[in-house]
Design a protein around this ligand. Structure first.
Ligand code: SF4
Length: 293
């Protein structure tokens, strides 16, 4: 995987090539048939270094150590633990965009106590990180970052504080209309055919929730296609009925809150079909209660 803004470093290892992604981020990308078992990376945050090692290979791990200096910092670890504890306000009801798209899955976790386990697709995460760095560079080059005032106006315009959401915005320049602050999302497309390159219903739902939440009528979707030679596409989506969108978002959050207070799953709409594992022949603790017509 290579993007133009990624610089390959002069580092010798039979297992991986070392890349500099930005001033502080480095990636160790496994060489073909090296047996490394996964990629790795590290982030230099000044006095500390965070290492993400998924190699699963002792010798590759040794090479990785040659590329960095690892310092365990007890004070920083404790401070981080402290900050994490103090931010866990258990009584506050919060949702993510994913919970709104698959509301019954949130119910399964929160009310039925079923833990689906942690899922991470490392390669997808890497592509997303690379594209995020690329978009940030673009914002720098075109000077389309939001300034402090614009950021706080956007933050204060959030309709419903029960939804947790990352802050990804840029100044979109449109001739004759001046700057417009619009949200964007970053995605990885799995298709290997140009015919199927498009924003998926999930991507559009995600952007729609963000637009509904911030009373915006449009946003951008950046997609990288690893199977199409890292092709990057930008889709601009216009939502014509923004008020309706805001109303639906609020209603869905209310529904989830009420159903969980009353422990009544029937108050919730079904998860979107493309999010339902039952359709792929897998099971779900609520499959007998759910029915997609
Ligand atoms: S069966 Fe499908 S719709 Fe029902 S909770 Fe599970 S994933 Fe959602």
């Amino acid at each position: 995987m290579t993007f133009d803004f990624v610089k390959k470093l002069d580092f010798s290892s039979e297992f991986f090539d070392l890349y500099k992604l930005s001033e502080s981020a480095y990636a160790a990308i496994s060489k073909e048939n090296s047996g490394m078992g996964g990629n790795a990376g590290f982030i230099d945050i000044g006095d500390y270094l965070i290492m993400i090692d998924t190699t699963g290979n002792v010798d590759a791990g040794k090479d990785l150590k040659k590329a960095i200096t690892i310092i365990y910092d007890d004070t920083f670890t404790q401070q981080l633990e402290q900050a994490r504890k103090s931010s866990q306000e258990k009584d506050v009801f919060c949702l993510t965009i994913y919970n709104l798209i698959a509301p019954r899955k949130h119910y399964i976790q929160n009310i039925l106590g079923y833990d689906p386990g942690f899922y991470s697709d490392t390669l997808t995460d890497e592509y997303k990180s690379c594209l995020t760095i690329g978009v940030n560079k673009l914002k720098d080059t075109l000077n389309i970052f939001l300034n402090q005032e614009q950021r706080s106006i956007i933050k204060n315009s959030k309709e419903d504080h029960r939804i947790l959401i990352g802050f990804r915005w840029l100044n979109y320049k449109q001739s004759g209309k001046g700057d417009q602050q619009i949200p964007y999302i970053i995605k990885v497309g799995k298709t290997s055919s140009k015919r199927y390159m498009r924003a998926s219903p999930y991507h559009i739902a995600e952007l729609g929730i963000i637009c509904g939440l911030y009373k915006k009528t449009n946003g951008l979707i950046f997609i990288v296609y690893p199977n199409l030679n890292n092709l990057i596409m930008t889709y601009k989506v216009d939502f014509k009925r923004q008020r309706e969108l805001s109303r639906i978002v609020k209603k869905n959050v209310d529904n989830i809150e009420n159903s969980e207070k009353n422990k009544d799953v029937s108050l919730l709409p079904l998860c979107e079909k493309f999010q339902c594992p039952v359709y792929k022949g897998e099971s779900c603790p609520l499959e007998h209660e759910c029915f997609h017509s």
